[in-house]
Design a protein. Structure first.
Lengths: 168, 393
């Protein structure tokens, strides 16, 4: 009788340890999603600022100017719901701008183009790292233990944004 | 433009520091570059003889043990003593971030990843086909590896390996190279021939593929009877020669292991560098060195080399393990002097991509990224609940 009670206590203890271990894992991953998003967000804001800067300083035709300035402005002002679409639009107009600049040299300062290129590389890297964290959280949270014991608490499930594929 | 914050970086090398290897060289050159850039670096590595340490930034973790791992003998270090040394190094280092190399092999990097909390970058060097043994331990390693804030793979192959074994993504940042070292135009007259080709590597190791090059010689000698083959690298010369047709002996020159300076001369003396490797390569640093020296390359079309040479753009490729194709491509390459120079010039230009100034900049971008919202590196045991209670007393 005492033996089975002892065994029961051991099992409960192991289960408790395992749950606490799993919760720590998930917590760490959630933290990684948040911090990597924070960094990505800052880079995206900087990209929008560079785009606005290029739009104002360069000798662009009015159509390109309008496209670039409005998409950059939208990316900066977008709410969380509109954000993905706005970033996609900005990526698209920047791509147009970059391919145009190869045909018509001199309209955009080379330093701005170089800055844009370097920020795009950083954004790609940042997205890669962020998505890795997002996938890890989603994988973990889909497991039975995490669902049954609600180890994620009230933390929202991190999502992929469509714009992340566009930039890559 | 760049944030000029001075970082304190802890780097962990899993392999014995005094055995030659790609990972060790990578860490050494990266550490030196970062120190020149004004950062503080401490490298923690297994060392078999402490008196041989010449680098002030190297911290010895103890003597490595040789064990067979993954088809080769690895000199690695683990166990309770190593574990407590790792913890001591971390807690006394006050690091802004840890950079762990090969954290998925049973050595120091894995111990450090287990013991630490905070910003951590892991670099994965190895590439291999999907292995059941590693896939089987994957679930055990997963909670450890997921502590890494960011992962770097040195090649597309290494990234794929990581994906196959642990189902996780990585940023590809190639191995670095000091290209300026290889641009010095200096040749050794003894090594120049009519024409000369070169090979570097452990020549008695089958996967380095020297036997395939030897098998291709009789056919090549029909067009180039004076062809000279320079073979650099360690190995049992007498054993190796026994297996080769004595007629060919006069065409081969064994140089033994080359010093760094001789290696540069070697590349500048030869007309083409041959890399007949049959597999087991993740990146192909030797090819980037040949490229940086402005030497034309003929390599087997294994995935790592095909990728590095962009499917023939920066060096000629032959069908791996096919001596006839090697002979044909070699004859073509040696016959076409202007084509060879164009190929070498393209390779030289491409090699700039692998210069440390470019590569380390990308690594610093990752460092900057992992620090966002994270504090310094600490021991994970200090953050456990019961220790927090103790701290409150």
């Amino acid at each position: 009788m005492t033996k089975s009670l002892f065994l029961f206590v051991i099992i409960v203890l192991i289960l408790a340890w395992y749950l606490s271990f799993s919760a720590t894992r998930l917590d760490r991953l959630h933290h990684r999603v948040e911090t990597s998003w924070e960094h990505l967000d800052a880079l995206l804001q900087r990209r929008a600022a560079i785009a606005l800067d290029i739009a104002h300083k360069s000798n662009l035709d009015p159509a390109t100017y309008l496209l670039l300035a409005s998409s950059a402005f939208q990316a900066r002002e977008a709410t969380i719901i509109e954000r993905s679409e706005a970033e996609s639009a900005l990526s698209e107009s920047l791509r147009l701008l970059q391919s145009d600049s190869q045909d018509v040299t001199g309209t955009i300062a080379l330093s701005s183009l170089a800055e844009l290129e370097s920020i795009t590389d950083k954004i790609k890297m940042s997205i890669n790292i962020h998505l890795e964290a997002v996938n890890a959280v989603r994988n973990l949270r889909s497991k039975v233990v995490f669902r049954v014991f609600r180890l994620a608490g009230h933390a929202p499930l991190p999502v992929h944004y469509a714009f992340e594929d566009d930039v890559l | 433009m760049k944030s000029s914050k001075r970082l304190k970086i802890g780097m962990v090398c899993p392999y014995g520091w005094d055995t030659p290897g790609g990972v060790q060289i990578h860490i050494k050159e990266l550490a030196e570059f970062l120190i020149r850039a004004g950062h503080e670096v401490s490298v923690f590595a297994p060392v078999s003889d402490d008196s041989l340490i010449s680098e002030p930034w190297l911290v010895s973790a103890g003597r490595p043990v040789s064990i067979p791992y993954n088809g080769a003998v690895a000199r690695i270090l683990f166990g309770p003593v190593a574990s407590s040394r790792v913890r001591q190094w971390i807690s006394s280092g006050n690091f802004d971030l840890l950079h762990l190399h090969e954290p998925a092999i049973p050595s120091l990097s894995l111990l450090a990843c287990w013991a630490a909390d905070g910003p951590m970058v892991g670099t994965f060097h190895a590439a291999s086909a999907k292995q059941k043994a590693i896939t089987a331990v994957g679930p055990i390693l997963e909670p450890v590896l997921e502590k890494l804030t960011a992962r770097i793979a040195v090649s597309e192959m290494a990234r794929q390996t990581l994906k196959d074994h642990f189902d996780t993504e990585a940023v590809v940042i190639p191995n670095g190279l000091e290209t300026s070292k290889f641009e010095v135009d200096d040749e050794n007259p003894d090594w120049v021939g009519e024409p000369t080709i070169g090979f570097i590597g452990r020549f008695d190791e089958p996967r380095k593929g020297l036997e395939i090059l030897i098998a291709a010689l009789p056919e090549t000698l029909k067009t180039f009877p004076q062809l000279k083959v320079l073979i650099a690298g360690p190995g049992e010369k007498a054993e190796f020669l026994k297996k080769i047709d004595p007629v060919l002996h006069s065409r081969l020159t064994f140089l033994g292991k080359l010093s760094e300076a001789d290696k540069v001369k070697f590349f500048h003396s030869i007309d083409a560098y041959i890399a007949p490797n049959t597999g087991g390569e993740s990146f192909g640093i030797i090819l980037t060195e040949a490229m940086a020296s402005g030497t034309a390359i003929l390599a087997s079309d294994i995935p790592a080399f095909s990728q590095l040479l962009n499917y023939g753009e920066f060096g000629s490729l032959f069908t791996s393990e096919d001596a006839h194709d090697l002979a044909a491509k070699l004859t073509a390459l040696l016959s076409d002097e202007s084509g060879r120079h164009t190929l070498a010039a393209k390779g030289l230009l491409q090699s700039r991509k692998y210069d440390w100034s470019t590569v380390a900049e990308q690594i610093l971008d990752v460092y900057e990224m992992v620090q966002v919202g994270n504090g310094k590196v600490s021991l994970s045991s200090d953050n456990r609940v019961w220790n927090r209670f103790k701290a409150n007393d």
